[in-house]
Design a protein. Structure first.
Length: 638
């Protein structure tokens, strides 16, 4: 029976056996995904319970889902990432995986097995790099061992098209692993992927999950669960961002990409965005698993206090009392370190008409504080941040909503770039989507530029890919500086995206005050690429004329186009600036180079420089211009 039919039986008539069938079918996939990351069987069992609890509560909205295996894999992958983030560094994970694999496969290993050992830590990343439809085909083929004919019927495609898509997906995984330094051919993946995806799971665990979790959502679509540990995000059309905390177990914001129940989500979003920051959520629930039973106990919500001013607001007011610029700078630093409990209070204060904010013009200290707040909010609770971004009163301080999305996804990208990317891909109707891509790309590139580029090339196109490739050099620069950003850009494929990255480097170098040597190097790279940047060359025209004219001559003439393109960018500005500084030396040099293909542009710049002091001489120089289109730019008076 197909997945969707089992889900419908579970939702509509509370068929526990249908849910048990789904658990039996996919428990090995979920356990295998978790074990590959954590190498801890007990932790993997907890993650499996978390994932199937999510499935139970999302069953109503997932009953028509066409890619349940992909949904479960992503859920398991993101939940495992969250569990490991605070506990393990990369080296410890690798060592644990080695120990785990040696326990599972103690027999002698051939070269293929050794390659798989190297590939295991990256296997789930490779799967996540695929599109949802590609990942579903791969998992159904290699985890469930279904034929392409059956898979094609499930996804409503022809058998041939499904087989070709599966082959391309495996090839993509091979290329992804190669970029991680692991050589594993598509044929090797095809031969061994099935044995790597699944993990033996006990019948007792399957029974426990089906019994304890399956009973949670009996009654199907009529059950509404809110105010619990999991926050699963979805978007309703273009108008609102909705949050649904769904589970009794702590799956974090990394699971944002999963689709949710619209009615429950809309209700909660409305509650969370009403009033002057009043917290109208249900009491916090915590999980008690003693004796194998899942129960909830209520604790007092820390935000449900009396009406006294929160401590963080008093602290920010004290800092702001020191005035511009010191007070705003100190407050910005404090905002960047807000805790989950503090951030809502800080937001309400900064978004208010409080008199302590009246001395700050938006665009200076206050804007910096807001940017720091949205970045931090995206890092620790992006669901709440995205809900707040939709509030109607944000224009109170002329907040640029597009920039809000950029900073939220920068924050989320710091802790879970894959989850942030998944959220963007799964919500095409997201407002200010390109800004969200920009924020994620900057942060992801600062962390791992190669992975960021891989993700962008695999999942984005058109203007969205342009935005990602424009943003990434900024992230590399934040981590390693100008030189590293340029070297990284030179590793990109030589296509139009590379040219877009070159424009980003131009802006980056100019805004971050790169030194003269760095600017000249970048200009020479652009010329060598056949894409000279006019804005950069114009900037260098001024600087080289004052600092080093001989170097300017080399840049603007020796590297000028050989086809006679006399309108070479920046040359007229360089000659004009040099003439203003030393008219005699520049005039003599120009007289000796009148036959050069770029001479007309140089003459125009020289004439403009001297026309105020000697208009007759300037006019005589203009007569020597051979190109009528360049001569037409001449004006006798400034």
């Amino acid at each position: 029976m197909e997945d969707k039919h089992l889900l419908r039986q579970y939702v509509e008539i509370g068929d526990q056996q249908a849910f048990r069938s789904l658990v039996d079918r996919y428990l090995g996939l979920v356990m295998g995904t978790a074990l590959r990351r954590c190498a801890d069987h007990a932790l993997a069992e907890e993650i499996a319970q978390d994932v199937f609890t999510a499935l139970a509560h999302k069953a109503a909205s997932l009953r028509n889902h066409k890619a349940l295996a992909a949904w479960l894999h992503r859920c398991a992958h993101l939940q495992t990432s969250y569990r490991l983030r605070a506990e393990y560094n990369r080296q410890r994970k690798m060592q644990s995986l080695e120990k785990h694999l040696s326990t599972l496969r103690p027999e002698d290993q051939d070269e293929s097995e050794a390659a798989w050992r190297e590939a295991i830590p990256f296997l789930d990343e490779a799967l996540e790099s695929l599109s949802t439809s590609d990942r579903e085909i791969v998992l159904q083929r290699f985890f469930r061992s279904l034929s392409f004919k059956v898979i094609a019927g499930n996804i409503r495609k022809t058998e041939g098209a499904t087989q070709r898509q599966g082959s391309r997906a495996v090839a993509k995984m091979s290329r992804f692993l190669k970029r991680r330094g692991v050589t594993l051919s598509a044929a090797a993946i095809t031969a061994g992927l099935g044995s790597q995806l699944a993990c033996p799971a006990s019948a007792a665990l399957s029974t426990a999950i089906a019994t304890n979790v399956g009973s949670l959502a009996t009654g199907g679509a009529t059950t509404t669960i809110a105010g619990t540990g999991i926050h699963i995000m979805t978007y309703v059309k273009i108008t609102a961002i909705i949050v649904a905390p769904l589970l009794l177990i702590g799956i974090p914001v990394a699971i944002n990409a999963l689709n949710g129940d619209d009615d429950a989500d809309r209700k909660l979003a409305t509650e969370n965005s009403t009033g002057n920051g009043a917290d109208t959520r249900d009491p916090i629930r915590t999980t008690d698993r003693s004796g194998g039973n899942i129960a909830t106990t209520e604790k007092k919500n820390p935000t449900d206090e009396d009406d006294q001013t929160p401590a963080i607001v008093d602290e920010l007011k004290e800092l702001l009392a020191q005035g511009e610029p010191l007070g705003a700078s100190l407050a910005t630093v404090r905002v960047s370190k807000l805790t989950t409990e503090e951030i809502q209070h800080a937001f309400e204060f900064l978004n208010s008409d409080d008199k302590d904010l009246s001395n700050f013009e938006f665009g200076f200290g206050l804007e910096s504080m807001f940017h720091a707040l949205w970045l931090r909010w995206g890092e620790i609770d992006p669901n709440a941040a995205l809900v707040a971004a939709e509030r109607d009163d944000l224009n109170k301080h002329q907040v640029d909503t597009a920039m809000i999305y950029k900073h939220i996804f920068r924050g989320l990208g710091k802790v879970d770039p894959i989850g942030a990317g998944t959220l963007i891909l799964d919500t095409p109707e997201m407002p200010f989507r390109k800004r969200a891509i920009e924020g994620l790309s900057v942060q992801w590139a600062e962390r791992d530029a190669e992975s960021a580029a891989d993700w962008a090339y695999a999942n984005l196109e058109g203007k969205e890919l342009d935005m990602a490739m424009y943003a990434m050099p900024w992230g590399v620069h934040r981590r390693e500086g100008h030189k590293a950003a340029l070297e990284w850009w030179q590793t990109l494929p030589a296509d139009e995206r590379r040219a877009n990255g070159l424009r980003a480097l131009r802006d980056l170098y100019l805004r971050s005050k790169a030194n003269l040597d760095e600017l000249v190097e970048l200009a020479e790279v652009g010329i060598a690429e056949g894409a000279p940047d006019s804005q950069l060359l114009q900037n260098l025209g001024h600087r080289l004329a004052n600092a080093d004219p001989q170097r300017g001559i080399a840049l603007f003439t020796e590297t000028a186009p050989s086809d006679g393109s006399s309108s070479f960018a920046g040359l007229d500005i360089f000659i004009g600036q040099w003439s203003t500084k030393d008219a005699v030396a520049s005039g003599e040099w120009l007289s000796n180079n009148l036959e050069k293909p770029w001479a007309d542009t140089a003459i125009l710049g020289y004439a403009r420089a001297i026309r105020k002091d000697d208009p007759d001489a300037a006019a005589q120089w203009v007569e020597r211009i051979r190109d009528e289109s360049i001569r037409a730019k001449w004006k006798p008076t400034p």
